[in-house]
Ligand binder design. Structure first.
Ligand code: FES
Length: 131
């Protein structure tokens, strides 16, 4: 069973190039994530690169490249497809950001996930992918 770990209003999610930073979990299970608008839809990912345990947005909240087309690691300029988090350029080419499932209602977004250590596909963050 999954539990809601983060909820916000739809209008809280800014348009590109910005995204909404959040955290899931508590204490040592606290993991950074972010929400972005993607066309008329939304995507959420752990805010953790696919190759190093670094948050993508050196400038907090700035997640897109200059064209607002790709998500970008501002430390190494790696690019990620916002549709699925796949790295299309950079040191983690072909790897994926850890996607977080969303539930979008008329006026709110809920990110649902249980939290435990080491379950991330990158084995670097603390989000349980088994639900
Ligand atoms: S930390 Fe992986 S591309 Fe920057």
């Amino acid at each position: 069973m999954s539990e809601s770990v983060f909820k916000c209003r739809i209008e809280d999610v800014p348009p590109p190039p910005r995204g909404l930073r959040f955290h899931v979990g508590e204490g040592s299970f606290r993991t950074p994530g972010f929400l972005v608008r993607y066309g008329d839809d939304f995507r959420a990912y752990c805010n953790c690169c696919a190759h190093l345990q670094l948050e993508l947005d050196l400038n907090p909240g700035m997640f897109f490249d200059t064209d607002d087309r790709f998500l970008m690691c501002s430390t190494h300029a790696a690019l990620f497809d916002p549709a699925d988090g796949r790295c299309v350029a950079g040191p983690c080419l072909g790897k994926f950001l850890e996607s977080l499932p969303l539930r979008v209602s008329a006026d709110s977004i809920t990110v649902e996930r249980r939290v435990r250590v080491g379950a991330c596909d990158n084995n670097q963050c603390m989000v349980d992918t088994t639900t």
